[in-house]
Design a protein around this ligand. Structure first.
Ligand code: DQA
Length: 148
């Protein structure tokens, strides 16, 4: 049997508060529930996930740098760093892995400052607006992309 695909799932600032943070925007599902669902989906497809949430840009960047040679693809919800972080984008480019960007909310339908993403241009694609389902759809898309 071939080696399982290893996917790094990264959650940016404030996503540790999912379930209680602005539930009208982000829903009631907690981050632990999202990670559990992703782990089950990955397992069903013969893959594995490693999940990390951090409120610190540098912690996310360190983890991305460590992914080279260890991870096959990255699923990332950068949270507010989506709209601000050149450094996060540079790290994602530097590691030369396929990236899928996800957002719970439809960022294009929200405030203008959320319309620009530094990550979108270096991602295979973006899934946004489907609540916790965005993660599942994003993982499916990333695994499909890796198997193509
Ligand atoms: C978010 C959208 C961002 O604009 C926001 O800063 C977040 C969450 C989302 O998943 O919808 O923290 O990434």
């Amino acid at each position: 049997m071939s080696e399982p695909l290893r996917i790094l799932v990264l959650h940016g600032p404030n996503l540790n508060l999912l379930g209680t943070r602005e539930p009208e925007v982000y829903g009631h599902t907690t981050l632990a529930e999202i990670d559990q669902e992703l782990a089950e989906l990955a397992k069903a497809r013969g893959a594995q996930i490693q999940a990390l949430q951090s409120n610190h840009e540098g912690v996310l960047i360190d983890r991305i740098q460590e992914a080279r040679g260890e991870i096959h693809g990255i699923l990332i919800n950068p949270g507010g760093l989506t709209h601000t972080s050149v450094s996060l984008r540079d790290a994602l480019v530097g590691v030369e892995l396929p990236i899928v960007e996800v957002h719970l909310s439809n960022v294009q339908a929200r405030e203008a400052f959320r319309h620009h993403s530094y990550v979108a241009g270096v991602a295979v694609g973006t899934v946004a607006g489907f609540g916790a389902r965005s993660y599942r759809l994003g993982l499916e898309a990333l695994l499909d992309h890796l198997s193509d």
